[in-house]
Every structure is written in C-alpha cells, then in structure tokens.
Design a protein around this ligand. Structure first.
Ligand SMILES: Cc1cc2nc3c(=O)[nH]c(=O)nc-3n(C[C@H](O)[C@H](O)[C@H](O)COP(=O)(O)OP(=O)(O)OC[C@H]3O[C@@H](n4cnc5c(N)ncnc54)[C@H](O)[C@@H]3O)c2cc1C
Length: 397
C-alpha cells in the first residue's frame, strides 16, 4: 500500500470529493464571474476540518502532515475544482505557517523550529490570526512581491522603521492572492537596509490607517481567486505583530517555500490528471468521420502519453513530498518536482484542449478553465527559471 493511499487518506479523499461536489461545483462558474469565492465557503471547509489539514491541533488545525495537504489539493482538482479555487480557499497555507513556526510548532512536517521569537507575542499571533483563520472566520494573505520584482525576494523595498512600540511601514505590494478579501496580510518588509539580512515579517491588519487595497487585478486565469495591489503609507504596525525576531523574514520565507512549491506542483499534476480524464471522456463520445475519436490509434497514443506524463509527475512529486515530510533537506528536489509537474501540466492541458476541438476554446468547457489556470503554475512560488537556478546550484554549477 502506498503511503498516500492509507485508509485514513482514502477517507480524506472522500471527504474532499463530497465537499467539492456539494459545496463548490454548483457555484464555481458564478465565483469565476464574481472574481472571488464567498467567505461562507471558508467556514464550511473549516467545519469539515479541511481548512486545518496540515496544521497542528494545538493551533486550531486538524492535524495531518504535508502529504495530507497534498491529498486535499489533488482531490479538489480531480473532483472538478481548480487550482484557482485552491489559491483562493487555501491562501492561509502561505499566510500562516510563518506564525506557527515562530511559535515553535512545525506545519505539515515541513518547517523547522522557532525563528528566534519569544513565546508571548507569537502565541498571541496564534490566538489573534491563526485560530480564527483555521476556523474560517478570518482570511489572510501573504505579501512578498512588489511592483519592482518578485523573483528576487531579497530585493524588496517596503520599509518598516521602528518607532517605540510600533513599526511605521511604507511601500507597496502587487499580485497578492486574496488581497481583496484579506483581514490581515503577512507582509515582508526591510527593517534596516535592503537585502535578505534585514527582511522581517509583519502581520498588518486590513483596517490599519494608511493601508490601501488597490484595484482588483484582472487576470488570464484563476478568476475565482481575487488578486490585489496593496500600498502602505506610514502604516503603524504594533511590534507585537512581528513574526519571530527582527531580520528572520528571509529564512522564514525560504523555509515555507518547500510546502508552497510542492502545493503548486500538486496543482500542476492534478490539473494534468483531470484533463486526461476530461479528454478520455470526450474522445470516447465525440465522433468524427463516422467513428469515435478514441477509436483512432493516433488519438489513443496521444492520450496514453498524456496519462504517462501526469502519472510520472505525480509519482515524483509524492516521492519528494515524503522526503520533505521526513525533514530531509531536499531543496533541489523540490525545485525539480515543481518543474517536472509544471512541464507535464502545460503539455497535457494543451493537448487536452486540442482534442476537444472548438469546444475546448469555449467558456463552457472545463478544460478551457484549466488551460488558463495552469499558466500561473510555472510563474508563482518561484518561476521555472528560478527553480532551474536552484537545481544548477544543487549540481554544483
Ligand atoms: C495570479 C498570481 C498570484 C500571485 N500571488 C502572490 C501572492 O499571494 N503573494 C506574493 O507575494 N506574490 C504573488 N504573486 C507573485 C509571484 O510570486 C511573482 O509573479 C513571481 O515570483 C515572479 O516575480 P515577477 O512577476 O516579479 O517576475 P520577475 O522577477 O520580474 O521575473 C520575470 C521573468 O524573468 C525570469 N527571471 C527572473 N530572474 C531570472 C534570472 N536570474 N535568470 C533567468 N530568468 C530570470 C523569471 O523566471 C520570470 O519569468 C502572484 C502572481 C500571480 C500572477
């Protein structure tokens, strides 16, 4: 029995599938048009324990590890959900882990220990932000990327000047997932001079004076996931809202990249798997020149290759995830897993749309949504080129 196919994980799959079928599929098209998912969905997912998967019970989570989070992500997409839905509903997967780690608790087996914080403020952050978010009553976002660049995390320019018991924050962020709906934003700032050495994470409340949420950004895909520009003009943030010690932000961001990249890799292979299923169904039903598409050897071989690519990517991502969950230092392998899964996804989604013909280009076709949604997976969480840099470094180049 595979480690991702235990009786408990099969149950988790069934729970996720039932949630998607009942709570998501009847509404997803409306949410795509509205540009966001409703708050009530967070509460429903929380009640079922899905929002808290991968977070320890001691901080309000449902327990489980990185592999359980992967199962949920995979099943949401394979049940007819989408990577856009994952981005919108599970944004806390990138907004909260730094707070949990700073309080000395590992998330999904992937994070290290305390980031030099003292227990009081960080435990306070657990009470004020982590618990309500995992209960589905608050929404959080993570803001690292700035208008001047996202790949170079050390190059961020948003500043936080200490003034007594507060920091005074100035700067702007862009492309922030759930930024429109977020009640708080885990924000990367420089407390001293620009550079990785002075990066610090602050939790900034949406209603802080001087904090402006700009226009809702229109995008190629991920339509049900709201994306925002944020700006900070002399925003006073209590020192108690700092995550861990000053200057530990870069390490905290890097530590959580493994989980984020594996989530994106999972979204990629799961999207590929879903598109294979859609294409097989379509090719069995669609007739051209008097017989079903699937009766032609060329089409069957194309489907066989798509299936092989998706399954190979899934196997590799799972292998790397098991090693991450075991605490192995596999930064290079995580980068390879993301690139392998994204490449498989890009190819499979393109082929799946092609096999659907004109219908594949229509909004009514599910494959059309996956085609648009998939394009971000090789950009977000560290673009393909950045993954290649990490891999080359791992090779000693
Ligand atoms: C829909 C969406 C949601 C997002 N959500 C969030 C979020 O919630 N929070 C957040 O902080 N950010 C978010 N992002 C931002 C995302 O992480 C960045 O877009 C990504 O990191 C790339 O940064 P950039 O866009 O500034 O590209 P740049 O850094 O300007 O890079 C541009 C291109 O150049 C390539 N490149 C860069 N450096 C090198 C190099 N050294 N060698 C070779 N090629 C290179 C890159 O791979 C990329 O293809 C989101 C983006 C999108 C589109």
């Amino acid at each position: 029995m595979s480690i991702v196919d235990t009786p408990e994980r099969r149950q988790l799959r069934e729970l996720t599938r039932a949630f998607v079928t009942r709570e998501v599929l009847p509404h997803l098209d409306d949410w795509e048009r509205a540009g966001e998912v409703p708050r009530a969905l967070h509460a429903t997912a929380a009640k079922l324990g899905l929002l808290g998967i991968g977070f320890p019970e001691s901080v309000g989570g449902s327990g489980g590890d990185l592999l359980d989070s992967i199962i949920v992500t995979e099943e949401v997409i394979r049940s007819g959900g989408s990577s856009g839905l994952i981005a919108a509903l599970f944004t806390h997967g990138i907004a909260l882990p730094h707070m949990v780690a700073a309080a000395g608790v590992g998330v999904g087996g992937s994070l290290g220990g305390r980031l030099g914080g003292t227990s009081t403020p960080d435990d306070d952050l657990i009470q004020r932000y982590v618990r309500p978010t995992l209960a589905g009553t608050m929404i959080g976002a993570l803001a690292i990327t700035e208008p001047d660049g996202g790949s170079d995390v050390a190059g961020i320019r948003t500043t936080a000047r200490r003034d007594g018991d507060h920091y005074v924050v100035n700067g702007s962020k862009t492309y922030i997932t759930s930024g429109h709906r977020a009640d708080f934003v885990t924000t990367a700032v420089c407390t001293d001079f620009p550079g990785s050495g002075s990066l610090t994470l602050l939790v900034i409340d949406r209603d802080s004076p001087g904090f402006t949420v700009g226009r809702r950004l229109e995008k190629l895909g991920w339509h049900c996931s709201d994306t925002a520009e944020l700006s900070f003009a002399d925003v006073r943030v209590p020192v108690a809202n700092r995550i861990g010690a000053e200057d530990t932000g870069f390490l905290a961001i890097m530590q959580n990249f493994a989980a984020e990249r594996l989530s994106l890799a999972t979204q990629a292979y799961a999207t590929a798997q879903r598109c294979v299923e859609l294409a097989v169904r379509w090719c069995r039903e669609r007739e051209t020149f008097g017989r079903p598409l699937a009766s032609r050897q060329l089409v069957r071989h194309r489907l066989a290759e798509m299936h092989t690519r998706a399954e190979a990517a899934r196997a590799y991502v799972h292998e790397v995830a098991v090693r991450v969950a075991a605490g192995e230092p596999v930064v290079t392998e995580v980068a390879m897993a993301k690139n392998v899964a994204v490449a498989a996804c890009d190819q499979v989604v393109d082929q799946a749309l092609q096999l659907h013909g004109g219908f594949g280009y229509m909004r009514d076709a599910e494959v059309e949504r996956h085609y648009r949604d998939a394009r971000i997976l090789g950009i977000g969480g560290g673009a393909t080129e950045i993954m290649n840099e990490i891999i080359a470094k791992g090779m000693g180049l």
